[in-house]
Design a protein around this ligand. Sequence first.
Ligand code: ASP
Length: 346
Amino acid sequence: MIKGKRSVLLIYTGGTIGMHQNLETGALEPFNFSQITEEVPELKRFDLNIGTYQFVHPLDSSDMQPEHWVKIAQIIEKNYDKYDGFVVLHGTDTMAYTASALSFMLENLAKPVIFTGSQLPIGMLRTDGKENLITAIEIAADCHEDGTAIIPEVCIFFDSQLMRGNRTFKMNAENFNAFTSRNYPTLAHVGVHIKYASDEHFLKPPKGAKLKTHLKLDTHVAVFSLFPGIQESVVRHILNAPGLKGVVLRSFGSGNAPQVQWFVEAVKEAIDKGVMIVNVTQCSTGAVEMERYDTGIHLLQVGAISGHDTTVEAALTKLMLLLGEGCKPEEIRMLMHKSLAGEITV
Ligand code: ASP
């Protein structure tokens, strides 16, 4: 480490970005990440200290589990004082879940944690990985004149857009614009210049507060989507799953669901047993307003919690964390209505 230079830790967890093409066989293979500068020689041109940390077994992000989120949080915690910012390289498939989880796990975060990845491996000619990686590093190192971070939050940087991590979801499996943030403005647009949104859009960590990690997550949760024709047996099977503590219910429109008696009863029975049911809309933009239609109000009356304008990824990981922290149902109900890391507009 050269003193006086800003520093960024690159954490490589896996995914397409860390692959190159074997020129003989044409197959995609993961490369040794400690040799990242061979794949991206441009990194040497940064006037920064760049450290690297590689998962021993890089993962396709479909294999990511909450224990891996814990590992990322621990790496950040351990290196928090040593680095000014963090870039997490991650597969795109579940990146929005990991970024959402980390936003809740890293309380009082005052430094940037920028997730990125790519649709094409970094070792391919047309890759989007280089630009994503290089700009993510630049953003992670960026600061105000007094040295404080511009972005004291967990973000996803992809295809020229910096987005709050817990507001994103993967929307495209084909194009370079893999992620979107529909209910919260983009935090920076990158073209010739990096244009940050105005200051009021960023989270403000409490002054002087120390980073506090929350590492307990309870996975006794489920996500289920309503659809016209859903069977009572299916709904009851899910809501009566042994040990179930929380459900993200993907409802219609502004939080609506069938009014048929068996459905309302099944939801009420689950809530009365202590299962937290969070109502999140299937629409990709907009919010739940259960009081707007008859088909929503009955859910409110039996005790479903509004997910407001949250993504499924954020609602699910927030539930996991609150359950993991051992919060009582009333406390969870109250905290689901509160923004913990900018995940809902309230
Ligand atoms: N399946 C890969 C993953 O999520 C896709 C990617 O990296 O973009 O790990």
